[in-house]
Design a protein around this ligand. Structure first.
Ligand SMILES: Cc1cc2nc3c(=O)[nH]c(=O)nc-3n(C[C@H](O)[C@H](O)[C@H](O)COP(=O)(O)OP(=O)(O)OC[C@H]3O[C@@H](n4cnc5c(N)ncnc54)[C@H](O)[C@@H]3O)c2cc1C
Length: 468
């Protein structure tokens, strides 16, 4: 009998990893979790989350009204411009109601969701205390069940021979020592490569210098690199990902949700040349916010400015940072170091083309512009009531979509189409099976939870079938 450190070795310590760990343990497996961060920073991007998207056929204690599988799927289809995998997307969507029940049974608490510009009460279940509380609940349960967690242990490589993973190379960062860890099965749930500045630069060029990483600094993509090297099937492009426009004053890493700017659809956005460049009112903000990071990334110097006036001040959740306030557009231009004449011209052109309608931010209203090169199609109101407010915007990467191909049992697929029998993947690292462009809020945690659970169960089933 080979000498294994455990039945199931899990790489990563976020939502997908913990869902996998709990399911494997509940299926009688000896489980080890390797988390590269120190304990205080455990939980990767999942610690920054607030909710997950779930279908439901009638109101529940945490979700209002109903949200069918078809409607959920249509939302995914629309935001991705059809560039998604219907079979996999529906596979995840159909299992979302069980996720909420399962999470509750593992100590996670949910809250009734908020209204306002995000309007997610019908579609997204909010974690009470946010993602940090969700993870604390899962870690607590994991410890109660005897799952061993090794913090500051980074998986730096893996080795696949024929159709099996043979070992993982692990760096114990506390004593700075690298060793081989062998297990009967392995689950990679170590996120994307969004925290790896060199890799981002390789994909995006110099632009990447101005990107901010909204989440953890620990998702360096080491396992993704190892999977590429070992001949796993890789899906997607390194430039695709969830990228929102965030407050330009946010820190390089871990700015989290509070640095997001949610007033874009209520005003106009101009670039460094003081010109508008996209329809700010194209659709509800939760269905559009994920394209704005990329839009800003493609503007001169990768910066933009969201401008509103006092009329809409109470209609959105502010960023953590105070808005830049000015009593006149000239004053605003000076504060933003934008060309005053052009900014005034942009505002005048916009104001003149606003068609009066009934402003209602909870529906796709009839307030729009008519006659501009770039129209604003909803929620267009004149920006004419001082003071004027501005948030500077930078591209904020949430997570990358480049990922490894998996079966619906979460088994890693190789380039030649064969399946790696004892190697599974869950979460961001395989989200590219479904996400290749665009995003609907809350889907990341749905994908990670569904595939995390499947990976844990599949790993256990594999070991049981082998008679281990
Ligand atoms: C600010 C912010 C807000 C978000 N809000 C939401 C939301 O409300 N709803 C939603 O659905 N999605 C949200 N997301 C996206 C969501 O975080 C991800 O889709 C989801 O958390 C992915 O889970 P995961 O377990 O795959 O990755 P992560 O939670 O990032 O976990 C990856 C883990 O792997 C560890 N790790 C990485 N490399 C290694 C290695 N080599 N060895 C060992 N460990 C390693 C990391 O430390 C980390 O613990 C948000 C993301 C951010 C940044």
């Amino acid at each position: 009998m080979e000498d294994f450190s455990c039945d199931v070795l899990i790489i990563g310590g976020g939502n997908a990893a913990l869902c996998a760990a709990l399911c494997a343990r509940e299926n009688h497996q000896n489980v080890i979790v390797l988390e590269t961060s120190p304990k205080d920073w455990r939980g990767g991007n999942s610690q920054h989350t607030r909710n997950l998207r779930s279908m439901h056929i009638q109101p529940t204690d945490v979700l209002s009204d109903s949200y069918s599988e078809d409607e959920f799927w249509e939302d995914v289809w629309r935001v991705s411009g059809g560039e998604t995998n219907e079979e996999y997307a529906r596979f995840v969507i159909s299992q979302t109601p069980q996720i909420i029940q399962w999470a509750k049974s593992h100590g996670v608490r949910f809250q009734p969701s908020l209204g306002g510009t995000l309007q997610l009460g019908r579609t997204n279940a909010f974690f009470l205390g946010g993602g940090k509380a969700l993870l604390n609940a899962y870690y607590k349960r994991a410890e109660q069940l005897g799952i061993k967690i090794f913090y500051e242990h980074e998986a730096i490589d893996l080795h696949i021979q024929e159709d099996e993973c043979k070992y993982i190379l692990v760096k114990d960062k506390i004593v700075n020592k690298v060793s081989q860890w062998r297990a009967k099965t392995y689950i990679v749930a170590s996120g994307g490569f969004e925290s790896n500045l060199d890799w981002l630069k390789e994909a995006w060029g110099q632009k990447a210098d101005n990107f901010l990483i909204r989440g953890t600094k620990y998702n360096q993509g080491l396992m993704l690199k190892a999977l590429i090297k070992e001949g796993a099937k890789i899906l997607g492009s390194p430039t695709q990902g969830h990228m929102v426009a965030i407050d330009a004053r946010a820190p390089k890493y871990d700015g989290g949700i509070v640095s997001r700017v949610d007033c874009v659809s209520l005003g106009i956005v101009v670039n460094k040349n003081a010109k508008r460049f996209y329809d700010e009112g194209e659709d509800f903000w939760p269905k559009r916010y994920a394209i704005w990071g990329r839009l800003v990334a493609n503007q001169p110097e990768e910066i933009a400015y969201s401008i509103t006036d006092s009329k809409v001040l109470d209609k959105y959740m502010p960023s953590l940072f105070p808005p830049i306030i000015a009593e006149s557009i000239s004053d605003l231009a000076k504060k933003l170091k934008l060309d005053e004449i052009i900014l005034k011209q942009t505002l005048n052109d916009y104001n003149q083309k606003v068609v009066a309608g009934n402003f209602n931010h909870t529906i796709l209203d009839d307030c729009k512009t008519k006659g501009l090169e770039i129209e604003k199609t909803h929620w267009a109101q004149k920006i004419d009531t001082p003071p004027f407010y501005c948030y500077p915007l930078r591209p904020g990467i949430t997570f990358t979509y480049l990922g490894v191909g998996v079966t619906k049992q979460a088994e890693v697929i190789k380039q030649n189409g064969e399946v790696c029998k004892n190697l599974f993947a869950a979460g961001e690292i395989m989200a590219g099976n479904i996400l290749s462009k665009g995003y609907v809020a809350g889907f990341g945690m749905s994908i990670g939870s569904v595939f995390g659970r499947i990976a844990g169960i599949s790993a256990a089933n594999f070991n049981t079938k082998r008679g281990w």
